[in-house]
Design a protein around this ligand. Structure first.
Ligand code: 5AD
Ligand code: SF4
Length: 460
């Protein structure tokens, strides 16, 4: 009997990739995939712990399955990912009908774990990695090793784009962040493995690869005397025929190097796009966040980027309302956003996470309403800047990798066959224009006729 899988994924690109791997593994074991939860006999949630809100949503989604599970006790319900690693047995306390809990470092065992549940292994079953304090580093590292060799082209963002993990875990321990706990110690993958996977992706028709790492520019891999860093990796990936664009996220400001910027400048396939979260414009806040850099250092890094890669798009993340953030601190964040002119910024309200240094030592003292108001104000100036800078593109021709129909695929009555297509420029700006769906997967010149804060509106 073929098994039928429903999988829901929240969170970052790492999670999207993890889900792709899980689906690939389960397809090999005869599973089909459905987007109808009622039809599925295996229901998996790949979860995120970065903010409380993401966890609340999963617990309510689980709550909604209680009835289904009562009516069909044979259905298997599993919680995967960061919340599985963080909450572990707590998940069974809050949702006792869950059968399986699997941390992000144990996902390579998913098929075997589901089989054992089906074969009547005592429920609930749990597979999580070691805690940071649970043993020797080598053992902890091994317990977080995830798997990547299986690729499932149908689970990719589009057939022409893929994520490729080059690093797992994080060793930065920013005081607000749960990731070093849920994803374990930082480990670079061997370059040969990465290159092999990239070649496989290119053979499958992939044009754009986005390298993933929590602090991707800290990537290093030592083999004997030989040390490979991200710049070396980019040079080698650049030689693969078929690959047209290379991106990498997320960068850690302190580890941005001249060599890396030189690689981006000199390798035409490297997108002139850098995501480098700043988090706050106040040195006092950055210090409490344990980010390891000052506003001045970030500013120097920006100047170096602007000088070495003119026209590069830089984007950032910000947390508003972190412990002790005053109006003055927040004004400094507003000022630096105005100064840096990011392509876009992802803005988050601080959410206290159990187990982090901030939760243990600092008071989450900014009222929710203040966080919300600061979020709105920062977003408003970022949007104004994004729109202003996008205006410079009006009348210009940009090279767009066409991803496919946009979310609003408005069929045009006069031609019938044309839809609104969506794609991205080399510098990661979103472009929409009318065209045939068959253009998906091509890199095409598009003329920009108008813009909004988030989109270039083009025509062919
Ligand atoms: N609260 C709010 N935002 C957070 N981020 C990470 N941890 C938290 C938290 N506890 C944000 C940071 C990070 C992005 C992925 O999520 O801005 O860069
Ligand atoms: Fe979290 Fe900081 Fe690591 Fe990013 S660098 S994953 S914010 S601890």
């Amino acid at each position: 009997m073929p098994k039928c899988l429903y999988i829901e994924t929240v969170g970052c690109q790492m999670n999207l990739l993890d889900s792709e791997m899980v689906v690939a593994a389960l397809r090999q074991h005869g599973y089909t995939v459905t987007d109808n939860v009622e039809q599925a006999d295996t229901i998996l949630f790949n979860t995120c712990s970065v903010r409380q809100h993401a966890e609340d949503k999963i617990y309510s989604a689980l709550g909604r399955l209680r009835r289904l599970k009562q009516q069909h006790p044979e259905k298997v319900i599993g919680v995967l990912g960061c919340m599985a690693q963080k909450d572990q047995a707590l998940i069974f306390e809050r949702a006792p009908f869950v059968d399986l809990v699997v941390g992000p470092g144990q996902l390579h065992r998913i098929a075997e774990l589901l089989e054992s549940v089906a074969a009547g292994a005592p429920r609930p079953r749990m597979a999580v990695s070691l805690d940071r304090r649970d043993g020797p580093l080598a053992e902890i590292r091994r317990s977080h090793e995830s798997f990547d060799p299986l690729r499932d082209p149908t689970m990719r963002p589009t057939p022409f784009q893929a994520f490729l993990r080059i690093q797992i875990g994080c060793d930065k321990f920013c005081s607000y962040c749960v990731v070093p706990m849920t994803r374990g110690p930082e480990q670079g993958r061997p370059p040969e493995q990465i290159l092999e996977e990239a070649r496989l992706l290119a053979d499958q028709g992939c044009l754009e690869i986005t390298l993933l790492g929590q602090t991707v520019n800290s990537y290093k891999y030592r083999s004997g005397e030989q040390m490979t860093r991200l710049a070396d990796l980019l040079e080698r990936l650049h030689e693969i025929d078929g690959i047209r664009r290379l991106k990498f996220v997320t960068n850690f400001p302190k580890d941005m190097s001249r060599e890396l910027l030189e690689a981006v400048r000199s390798l035409p396939k490297c997108s002139p796009y850098l995501h480098v979260p700043l988090q706050s414009g106040s040195n006092a806040v950055l210090h409490r966040m344990k980010r390891g850099h000052t506003v001045e250092e970030y500013r120097d890094m920006m100047a170096q980027i602007r000088e070495m890669i003119p026209g590069a798009a830089v984007s950032s993340d910000f947390i508003v309302g972190f412990c002790g953030e005053t109006d003055r601190d927040f004004d400094q964040t507003m000022a630096i956003v105005q100064e840096c002119r990011f392509k876009n910024s992802f803005i988050f309200k601080y959410s206290e996470r159990p187990g982090t240094k901030a939760a243990e030592r600092l008071v989450d003292d900014v009222p929710y309403e203040t966080k919300q108001a600061r979020n709105n104000r920062l977003l408003a100036i970022q949007n104004a800047i994004s729109e202003e800078d996008n205006r410079a593109f009006i009348g210009r021709i940009v090279e767009v990798l066409v991803e496919g129909p946009s979310k609003v695929t408005m069929k045009r009555a006069d031609t019938g066959s044309e839809v609104q297509l969506m794609g991205r420029t080399h510098c990661d700006r979103i472009v929409v224009f009318q065209g045939s769906p068959q253009l998906a997967g091509q890199i095409l010149p598009v003329r920009v006729r108008d813009v909004t804060a988030h989109t270039l509106l083009g025509e062919r």
